[in-house]
Design a protein around this ligand. Structure first.
Ligand SMILES: C[S@@+](CC[C@H](N)C(=O)[O-])C[C@H]1O[C@@H](n2cnc3c(N)ncnc32)[C@H](O)[C@@H]1O
Length: 256
């Protein structure tokens, strides 16, 4: 991949605001933070583009504004608690959870515009009221959230960055664990799913040394099998087809 060595000003149209970014020849966008992937894939169909232009602004969180005191205020339907899914991809898991738990508000972060277009189509089709979206880096959103605001954070099949020299790009880092500890309520959970053994070991090692979290597993099946009600995602199905078994790690935020 060739990266042009110059800063350009470009418009992040889904958020309607300007950001300093690096752009390469393939339109891969890198900015300083925790996102190191593609923001764009194939061209959106007309209806998808319309949803991004017209539905997303109603559902998108604007982190330029101050965060509300309680996250329930973000939803126009009453919610008892709020959960966050990082990098929801096509949104299969987030949609299933939002439908199964109408009493919970869900926030999903996904910088990949084609994933955003997919979830918007599902939200429109099924008239889902309890999802809010952020079309950017989950780390930025997490820094914006009030402290002790989330009941659960899900990170499902994150980009694995298997090469040692890329490990620093993994979403799970000590700093991010600190950010999650700040954002979760006491007893809240961070749930992690990956089919990449080295990332599972990495996550376990990082969380086990974090004083704010307990690993909840009591027996092997607690991490070898998905929790009840888990919805398999596209990346999960791909891993199964290719013969890789996922691990399902759950960590509880210890009371401060
Ligand atoms: C391997 S895909 C998995 C998608 C989905 N969770 C699934 O299981 O099908 C990883 C996703 O995380 C998103 N992602 C990567 N870094 C992110 C970040 N810092 N904040 C939010 N999303 C991110 C990518 O755009 C990509 O869609």
């Amino acid at each position: 991949m060739i990266t042009i060595d110059r800063r350009v000003q470009t418009k992040c149209s889904v958020l309607g605001r300007h950001k300093q970014v690096f752009i390469d020849m393939n339109e891969t966008v890198h900015h300083q933070g925790s996102f190191f992937g593609r923001r764009k894939g194939h061209k959106l169909r007309a209806h998808q583009a319309d949803l991004v232009d017209n539905l997303l602004p109603h559902l998108a969180l604007d982190i330029e504004l101050p965060a509300p005191e309680t996250l329930a205020e973000l939803f126009d339907t009453p919610v008892e608690a709020v959960r966050f899914e990082i990098g929801f991809g096509g949104g299969e898991h987030l949609i299933a959870e939002a439908l199964a738990h109408p009493e919970i508000g869900f926030i999903g972060a996904e910088p990949y515009v084609n994933g955003m277009a997919k979830i918007l189509a599902r939200i429109e089709d099924q008239n889902i009221r309890n999802i809010r979206l952020f079309a950017g880096d989950a780390a930025e959103l997490m820094a914006w959230l009030p402290a002790r605001a989330l009941k659960r954070i899900d990170l499902i099949h994150p980009d694995p960055w298997p090469k040692r020299r890329h490990w620093k790009r993994r979403f799970v880092q000590d700093s991010m664990i600190g950010a999650m500890a700040r954002a979760l309520i006491d007893g809240g959970e961070f749930r992690f799913v990956s089919d990449i053994d080295s990332y599972n070991a990495w996550t376990l090692a990082h969380l086990l040394r974090a004083p704010e979290f307990d690993w909840t597993a009591e027996r092997a099946d607690d991490w070898r099998k998905p929790w009840s009600g888990y919805t398999m995602t596209r990346y999960g199905r791909k891993a199964e087809r290719e013969g890789r078994r996922a691990s399902y790690l759950r960590f509880r935020r210890i009371a401060a």
